[in-house]
Design a protein around this ligand. Structure first.
Ligand code: GLU
Length: 294
């Protein structure tokens, strides 16, 4: 489709959405479009020439890095495309560039390759349970935070000995290479057993090779819900993991624009709707943290 016809198609879709609203769906912006509403696609998104926003809007497509094996935030579903809260955040951003969800190319980013994928341009942005921290800010930039998670502990359902991070000292604990929880395990004196994705920690936990898996509470909640009765999350979160959207280090315009999009989604209900249809199936909604326009 040419840019012009695509715009026409988008305008038609917007008109159809408006008709639905007029037909009686008004009042809850998060529910626009009736069923499992996709985030709004801005029909007339135009941007200053030379910006990343203009490049992506003109291309009509965007490449987004996310997790493929984390229930609630980013998990490949039966459709073959990922589903989850991070995926919905990606769709909200794409929508404001005039890009339909079907025109998003999803790329699996595991914890260790997020920075290189952004630096090399293999993805336009990363939304992948990605903690904002100073070390990472030396090589990439972050919009957000859009969610505040915290490191926690997953054990077998019948384990009564591990109740907090203090009980992990000297114990084999599974986490993922290149993640903040892996570094924290080292710091507290646990013996990190590292693999590439959190789902690959489940077999070592089942077999007793490790006594626990440790990463963000929301990731562990997803893994636990996916395997009813098998595991449990114990203790209180013992770190702060503010989730950001990773972009190229020097792309301040794009970062600030994404911050605008996030703030708008908090206002118009699309953020809350994105939560409710994904992570909200298992976890309570909490108000998002304030974005940090550093
Ligand atoms: N939020 C942490 C991090 O970015 C852990 C989750 C993950 O590895 O994706 O390292």
């Amino acid at each position: 489709m040419t840019r012009t016809t695509r715009r026409f198609a988008l305008a038609a879709a917007a008109a159809a959405a408006t008709a639905l609203i007029l037909a009686g769906c008004a009042g809850d912006p998060g529910e626009l479009g009736g069923d499992e509403a996709e985030p709004t696609v801005a029909p007339e998104a135009t941007f200053e020439a030379g910006t990343t926003m203009a490049r992506l809007a003109d291309a009509g497509t965007i490449t987004i890095g996310t997790k493929f094996d984390q229930p609630l935030f980013g998990l490949i579903g039966p459709s073959g495309t990922p589903e989850g809260f991070d995926v919905e955040i990606g769709k909200i951003i794409a929508g404001q560039l005039g890009i339909e969800p079907d025109n998003i190319e999803w790329v699996e980013t595991v914890s260790a390759n997020r920075e290189p994928f952004i630096e090399n341009g293999q993805v336009d942005l990363v939304v992948a349970t990605y903690t904002i921290n100073d070390k990472r800010k030396e090589v990439v930039s972050f919009a957000g935070p859009y969610y505040l998670a915290g490191q926690s502990i997953l054990v077998l359902a019948d384990n009564d000995t591990i109740k907090s991070e203090d009980d992990l000292v000297g114990q084999n604990v599974c986490s993922v290479t290149g993640s903040t929880p892996a570094a924290k395990l080292q710091e507290i004196g646990a013996v990190p057993f590292l693999t590439d994705t959190y789902s690959n920690c489940l077999e070592p936990l089942r077999s007793g090779q490790v006594v626990a898996v440790s990463t963000d509470n929301v990731i562990l909640a997803g893994l636990s819900a996916q395997n009813p009765g098998e595991f449990k999350v114990v203790g209180e979160p013992f770190t702060e993991e503010p989730y950001g959207i990773g972009v190229k280090l020097d792309d301040t315009d794009f970062r600030m624009w994404i911050n605008d999009v996030l703030e708008q989604s908090y206002e118009d209900g699309t953020y809350e709707a994105a939560w409710e249809k994904t992570a909200g199936q298992e976890l309570p909604f909490v108000e998002p943290p304030a974005v940090d326009r550093y």
